[in-house]
Design a protein around this ligand. Structure first.
Ligand code: XBP
Ligand code: MG
Length: 236
């Protein structure tokens, strides 16, 4: 029995990374007079570190060992991350980030058939609110029974904590839920929580290892963007 769909956000509901978070990070570096630039290629590497603040910390440690100013690193990270989210919101509000193909159709199908909706993401609750209201409506947040986001758990994906948290709030067992993810980190998190997991690939994650996924597809499919099954065993 299927009782709930649990969606990842970044890369799954929408392609938020390349033209969203990445651009916003770069704008925040500029706003703070840092001559750092996250190219598309570098960002693909950095995405292996989940969480914007954790990603910044990793970048500073590995790419900028000589800090450019005297601000404590944690303060700098928080300042840049806040600035990034401000810029990210502006990008969303400009309508530059649509939902991925098939997402709205699947959300509607679930709602029409009494399947609950939930979110399990590394990003912040505010970013989820903004993404939903900019791509759908200010009411869309209420379509979701549970939104498990960001720092509510100690360990981010690939740790399963955010999925355990979502399941607890849903009050459902894992075997009644399906997770929808786009990345190997997300898959690891969902599998450790014993969730059947559907992967929708994107450019950043297409070459990752999705062993254990029930199904891997290029996207969820719309009439003008056919869904292609890449691998997996679900329904087969
Ligand atoms: C993806 C992430 C996030 C975003 C940036 O999260 O790792 O860190 O890149 O968002 P998910 P924040 O795929 O789990 O939705 O800066 O808010 O972390
Ligand atoms: Mg993701």
């Amino acid at each position: 029995r299927l009782s709930a769909l649990i969606f990842d956000v970044d890369g799954t509901l929408a392609e938020t990374e390349r033209d969203g978070h990445r651009v916003a990070f770069n704008e925040s570096f500029m706003a703070h007079s840092l001559n750092w630039f996250w190219s598309d290629g570098l960002y693909g590497e950095l995405l292996k570190i989940t969480g914007g603040k954790e990603r910044l910390a990793h970048f500073i440690e590995h790419y900028q060992p000589d800090m450019p100013n005297g601000m404590p690193i944690e303060t700098l990270i928080n300042t840049l991350h806040q600035e990034k989210n401000k810029r990210y919101l502006q990008i969303l509000q400009a309508g530059k980030i649509p939902l991925r193909p098939g997402v709205l159709r699947l959300l509607n199908a679930a709602r029409n058939s009494g399947v609950k909706l939930a979110i399990a993401t590394t990003t912040t609750l505010e970013n989820v609110h903004h993404l939903l209201s900019c791509t759908l409506s200010s009411d869309a947040i209420n379509w979701f029974d549970v939104i498990a986001a960001g720092d509510v758990v100690a360990a981010k994906k690939p740790a399963p904590d955010i999925y355990f948290y979502a399941l607890e709030k849903l009050q459902l067992p894992a075997n009644e839920c399906v997770a929808i993810e786009d990345s190997a980190n997300g898959l690891q998190a969902a599998l450790q929580a014993e969730l059947t997991t559907l992967i929708t690939l994107n450019d950043y994650t297409a070459n990752e290892n999705f062993t254990g996924a029930a199904l891997v597809v290029n996207q969820l499919g719309e009439p003008d963007a056919p869904c292609q099954a890449i691998a997996g065993s679900m329904g087969g």
